[in-house]
Design a protein around this ligand. Sequence first.
Ligand SMILES: Cc1cc2nc3c(=O)[nH]c(=O)nc-3n(C[C@H](O)[C@H](O)[C@H](O)COP(=O)(O)O)c2cc1C
Length: 261
Amino acid sequence: MNVLTLVGSYRRNGNTGRLLAMLQAELKAIAYREGHPLRSETLFLGHQDLRPCRGCRLCFDRGEGHCPLKDDLLAVKEKMRAADAVILGSPVYVNDVSGIVKNWIDRLAHVCHRPEFAGKCAYLIATVGDSPTSHTLRTMNIALSTWGFHIVGQRGFQTGALMKPPLLAERYQAEIEGIARKLYIATRERHFTNPSFLSLMTFRIQQNAYQRAARDTLDYAYWKGHGWTNPDSEFFIRHDASRAKVTLARLAGGVIAKYVS
Ligand SMILES: Cc1cc2nc3c(=O)[nH]c(=O)nc-3n(C[C@H](O)[C@H](O)[C@H](O)COP(=O)(O)O)c2cc1C
């Protein structure tokens, strides 16, 4: 199993990096106990060369290889493609993700059109002084689920300005162990093959849009190339969701698509 941890704080010894390091250590311990190798890597997004999106839309229209910013984006994306699971953590900055995370999300906006990460799991973490984390987690959830990730779970941690490692462990070790177990099982047992009602419905809405998209666009070619515009196609990947769930989700998605089109 290959797990990529993405830290959305610039602080190498900040709360987010420390909590994600605890999670990674726990995942390694589980994999060791289970007798399976675990490859893991941590990237601090703020220490990558990721320049701000210029809004030229070349990634949408011609492909991400045409982005005028020749920086680390494609290398980061390649690591995400190679991973079975991605752990993303952001500190809460003024009730939302950090600018580092938002810029990374914006730079990958083309993946909203051409979801490349179906068949991968993600877990989302937010750390915060003392206010709620729901909005921050929602920002990350919307982006990563639109990119195709199966969101195994998400959790906010109150950590103050900077919590010392012993206190972090005392407060959150048990919870981190639970998260690691959940992520490990979901990734190994491929829980993404049983997509949620919402994921199936969203697929139907997107499918409807791309079935009607201009034929000469990259997005249409991508959807058609994957067979997703085919009316028989029910999800990005082969799935084992129940017939009742799929039928209802597709019905609901079809109705919503009619109203949003
Ligand atoms: C620019 C900035 C904005 C912040 N905004 C909030 C906020 O809106 N609410 C809050 O409770 N804490 C806020 N905090 C505190 C951080 O969310 C918190 O300390 C977080 O755990 C820091 O993570 P890090 O150590 O990984 O950078 C903010 C911190 C900074 C530096």
